[in-house]
Ligand binder design. Sequence first.
Ligand SMILES: [Mn+2]
Length: 369
Amino acid sequence: MKLGLGLYRHMLTREYYDFARQAGCTHVVIHLVDYFREGGANPRNNQPTGSKYELWGVAGEQGKLWTVEEMRRIRAEIEEAGLSLAAIENLDPAIWHDVLLNGPKRAEQMEDVKTTIRRMGEAGIPVLGYNFSIAGVCGRVSGPWGRGGAVTVGMDGPVEDVAVPNGSVWNMVYDQHAAEGFLPPTTHAELWRRLEAFLAEVIPVAEQAGVRLALHPDDPPMPTMRRQPRLVYQPYMYQRVIDAMPSKSNALELCVGTLAEMTEGDIYKAVEDYCRQGKIAYIHLRNVKGKVPRYQETFIDDGEVDMTRILTILARNSFEGVVIPDHTPQMSCSAPWQAGMAHTLGYIAGVLAMLKKEQVGELGARVLG
Ligand SMILES: [Mn+2]
């Protein structure tokens, strides 16, 4: 198991790489989409939050793909700082909105996704995290509900079914000049059909490129949000994603916090099950109190999930991927994001050190016995 840190686009600098190294990370997961662009409800010193119905920000340029040179340069800068680049997290809605929406540009945008995956392979980046979600992250509120009055996010009950405006998908705006109006509602069956068609086309390309696709579950995991169906909102639904296309390249970005917010299933069993199948590309670690539609994100050691148990399950099943902190509540200081990350990374590093000792101890006992 490797310790990593997720960095947003504006954090891809030597200062943040050094911060990750200083906190004990060997790996980073990077975002190339700038979620904060023109997003009023979305300050840069926190996770992208948006508000209940307000979107994160404006997506990039349509058809403008990440280049091999750009990805190679970023990878080289990360390695220069003594780290490895484990994954890119999330595709820009600008390049694949019609794949999610089954819109008129779907065919050309599928080619853009494939090109992106091939280029990642060329640049030596092994994992692409993604969300297959129409409404994306929404319906959440923030408040000082964390330990010590830390500001954190969560849901405070069912939200009104305010439809998704035209020109937006997955909590971002991709067309500021779209006609007035709202996305038509679709069904769960249709959303699964879109995912299955996507995987059937893209996974063979990913296999050839040596890239794993890793699906994040729907956050918050409600059956529908904003009149749109959601794909993975119970732990067992991840199995359907896996079975849709058996391949090493069809994998999971397993988010412990999101899975813990789900109303059914057992978080420990889910982690063990997907780990044993070798399906976890990397892990988002985050703790929570409650379940949808009433939950709050908490500090890593302050929620309802026993994180030492989660990390023990991963270690005993020889998980070799990267674990990164997901979000944390805002700590009261001039660098709330960094403080929250450093606290979480220190906690994970401590548990991993204990587990290593235990494993070495077991090995020693076996040798001696
Ligand atoms: Mn997550």
